[in-house]
Design a binder for this molecule. Sequence first.
Ligand SMILES: [Zn+2]
Length: 353
Amino acid sequence: MGQPSPSEDLRQELDADYRVFDLRGDHYAIGYEMGRRAPMRVVRSWREQHDELAFARSCVEQVSRFHPALPEELWGYAAGQGLSREEVLSHFSLNLPEGTLGGCTTLARRLPDGHVLIARNYDFLHSQRQRYLRHVAPCGYPASLGTQAGLIGSCYDGVSGHGLFVALHLIHARMAEAVPPGVPYHLIPRILLETCKSAREAAARLCEMPHLFPFNYMVADSADMYAVEAYPGRVRPRAPEDGHLVVTNYYAHPDMRPMQGRRKLTGQQARVGWIEQRIAGDRGGGAAEAWSWAQQLLRDHSVPVCRHSATQATLWSMVADLSTRRVAYSLGAPCRNAFVEYEWPESDGSDNR
Ligand SMILES: [Zn+2]
């Protein structure tokens, strides 16, 4: 695996569009504000435009089944950009198929004192410029703090006012033969953070959804944690063993493994194995020790967990204690950026108008 020069990766990080947003109002107003301030990410087209638009419209219907207000954020964004609704439709479907590489590592661990600790790195192309951390407080829904990489209305990892944590992880799987309209990966964390009160409820919701893309999701709160492995037409939840879950970019559930074909998974499996060894070897001090233990884990360059290649660069990193509702993000690779603590989002967004 080629490791390009760290200076190129650092140059991309310094040049990237890191911004923190505080957004309130109804979903349309939140979208409008983003449309005024954030450039639209281009989604590549693969098929006839008529087919792409028809498929995307059907995906809007699927998204609306699970979160009727969320499409308003995309329409608001379109208005803020001076675009028609049709021009943002591709952000509902991503014009299947899309073939990009990506990484991500997420650990949820129940500590000896009962706290649930989260540690997560988000890895993607280092050329991805839009790297936003958003505090979103929509009227009538719980607020959330989460990240976004340019896709309208999306969230890649985050926490809600109800104490729920959600994260996504791309899977390299074989193409499904036919994919009916469904819910795209990047809207799923938003739907769960705004419509579910617990990890158990979020896992159940994930199992009901028609999925467009092969992805792993992690959902956790102070009581429960689940990995949910999704592929168009098949979803399987996975419960923790020994009080922890490590999720990366491959299916661990035996029912899901065939979908990966013969792809080499040794790199990802080594990452999981290394983290599990670190957990087994950790004597587990108090909450303060665990907090810095998690940050050190995310800075690792040996497996590595913190990555600097062109196709898999760590764009941001987070740690959270779901029991005490403490959350911190490192905007940039955690080996050279500090973790900054942010206020935990409120549970009731109804008076944010
Ligand atoms: Zn690093």
